[in-house]
Design a binder for this molecule. Structure first.
Ligand code: WQD
Length: 340
């Protein structure tokens, strides 16, 4: 009998790639998604890759009755991976209440329903954004949490605290909190990938749309920072590597009774790359030139941040493996498929 996992936000970018890796690892997946930032076609892509169509429930996790019904109609869910959240930093500044309501009510609903439905563990999708601008790099899990610079980042910090407090209150559940660095790329099959809505805010989708001629040119937000080539540095992690970390985390929670009730891991490669280095990687990998200009700095940008992934490597037993040029090739293949 396959262990059943609930993936909230499972038709989204990281959720869909994680569903594929969960199915590859032998889990049965139930997805709930309100399709606010994705579409049903993603289910076809997942099925084309794995041969298994996940159970899909269209619904909003901020509605407790919807979630209660889902657990009643899909008995035996042992674990949850919670991706369902609004995640655009800029939008969160404009619409803070939408972010607090959506991201925090989703989490509290899930936590409330876990004990009575026999759900043992929840993997929470957090972000390196909780660290703000690091005092030093690479950054490990003991680094101080800095005051959030956006409501989005604040929902991640508050969510981590909600989980800690709920477990401390004696709730019979476990949690693994995964702090992502910068997820990029697409499945090698080019059957699933990132589906940005409107003008992409993130670097790689804007870059691939520029390479495809959808955007006229990429603006590099500043090259006068205190970095070797002047552009900002990030730890770009392949989305399939990231997805596999969730499977490892879920297996650790469900199969180990001797781990701490709450564990936190940075998910990064440990390698910092600048914006200009990422552009160079894309052009090297694909042979496609990316027209770009140097523009003004973007308000609120972190100058440099990359992970110390040793805890995830040594304790969680996961390590990022993808080569950045391969990741760029997969991102381009996905963009080409979208542009077909
Ligand atoms: C990366 C670098 C930009 C676009 C955000 C969120 C974070 C997480 C990941 C959800 C920066 C530069 C970008 C462009 C550019 N989201 N850039 N031109 O800001 O590191 O992180 O996404 O969990 O919480 O904050 O990612 O891709 O927006 O930017 O020069 O058109 O690319 O200045 O240096 P970021 P990003």
């Amino acid at each position: 009998m396959k262990e059943k996992i609930l993936v909230t936000g499972g038709t989204g970018y990281i959720g869909s790639h994680t569903t594929v890796e969960l199915q590859n690892a032998g889990y049965e997946v139930v997805i709930i998604d309100n399709l606010s930032n994705s579409n049903r076609g993603v289910l076809d892509g997942i099925e084309a890759i794995t041969g298994q169509r996940p159970t899909f429930v269209e619904g909003d996790c901020t509605d407790l009755d919807t979630l209660s019904r889902l657990f009643a109609e899909n008995p035996g869910i042992k674990g949850i991976i919670n991706f369902a959240a609004s995640k655009a930093v800029g939008e969160s500044v404009q619409k803070p209440l939408l972010y607090y309501r959506n991201n925090l009510n989703t989490l509290t609903n899930l936590l409330e329903l876990m004990p009575s439905n026999g759900v043992k563990g929840i993997v929470f999708s957090s972000s390196c954004t909780v660290y703000g601008e690091p005092d030093r790099n690479p950054i490990d899990e003991t680094a101080p949490i800095k005051p959030a610079t956006s409501p989005y980042g604040n929902t991640k910090q508050i969510s981590e605290e909600i989980i800690q407090d709920y477990v401390r209150s004696g709730a019979p559940i476990k949690s693994i909190i995964l702090r992502y660095f910068n997820p990029i790329g697409a499945h090698p099959s080019a059957l699933i990938g990132e589906l940005p809505v409107g003008v992409p805010q993130n670097l790689v989708p804007y870059l691939t749309q520029t390479a495809a001629g959808i955007r006229k040119e990429l603006t590099v937000f500043g090259d006068d920072y205190d970095t070797p080539d002047g552009s900002c540095i990030r730890d770009y992690i392949d989305v399939v590597d990231l997805a596999r970390a969730h499977v490892t985390a879920m297996r650790r929670m469900l199969e180990n009774d001797d781990t701490d009730a709450v564990e936190i891991f940075n998910l990064g490669t440990g390698r910092g790359l600048s914006v200009l280095e990422l552009i160079a990687s894309f052009e090297r990998a694909t042979g496609v030139k990316v027209p770009y200009r140097i523009g003004d700095r973007r308000e609120g940008d972190i100058v440099k941040i990359w992970a110390d992934p040793r805890l995830a490597n040594e304790v969680l037993g996961w390590k990022a493996e993808a080569d950045i040029d391969d990741t760029m090739r997969h991102a381009w293949a996905w963009q080409c498929r979208l542009s077909e």
